[in-house]
Design a protein around this ligand. Structure first.
Ligand code: SF4
Ligand code: SF4
Length: 148
């Protein structure tokens, strides 16, 4: 008997909370600080991570209270994925919304949470915590432009 995994037989808006949360591979990309050009609205991604991100484990240090503590924390939902243009191509939410498969190294596919680090998709090899960066230095940390 073969059982189809939930992400292949449910739409994003049909998933339970636990299923939804398990889709996040913990790459940390959405926890990188972004800058927006006031004139062009263009978004730039820095290598500076939110102060609540534990860089070693690439996990939020207060996930239940994250939106109270960090006003710009992203809350993904089935209804807003299409409007967020800075999720990486590897992000499971983005991929499933586009009708694509999960990456081969995804923890749900591999059964191994460390797979994301080995895949190179994690930001934790290069990110610096916001705690150590003065806001005026953020521009020096731009590593990518959304849409590049
Ligand atoms: S980009 Fe996607 S997979 Fe990576 S941490 Fe954010 S929600 Fe999770
Ligand atoms: S509060 Fe937590 S989940 Fe939100 S951006 Fe910061 S580290 Fe990421």
């Amino acid at each position: 008997m073969s059982i189809t995994p939930f992400w292949q037989n449910k739409n994003l808006d049909e998933m339970t909370k636990a299923e939804w949360e398990s889709l996040c591979d913990g790459c940390g990309h959405c926890c990188l600080v972004k800058l927006q050009d006031e004139d062009t609205d263009k978004i730039y991604i820095t290598n500076v991570a939110c102060r609540l991100l534990d860089i070693e484990t690439c996990t939020c240090q207060d996930y239940p209270n994250r939106t109270k503590l960090v006003s710009h924390c992203l809350v993904l939902a089935a209804g807003n994925i299409d409007s967020i243009n800075y999720l990486p191509e590897t992000c499971a939410y983005r991929r499933l919304a586009q009708g694509l498969e999960l990456p081969q190294w995804h923890p749900l596919v591999m059964g191994n949470k460390d797979a994301v680090k080995n895949s190179g998709a994690s930001i934790c090899d290069y990110a610096i915590s916001e705690e150590y960066i003065h806001p005026e230095q953020l521009q020096e940390h731009i590593i990518n432009e959304v849409g590049d």
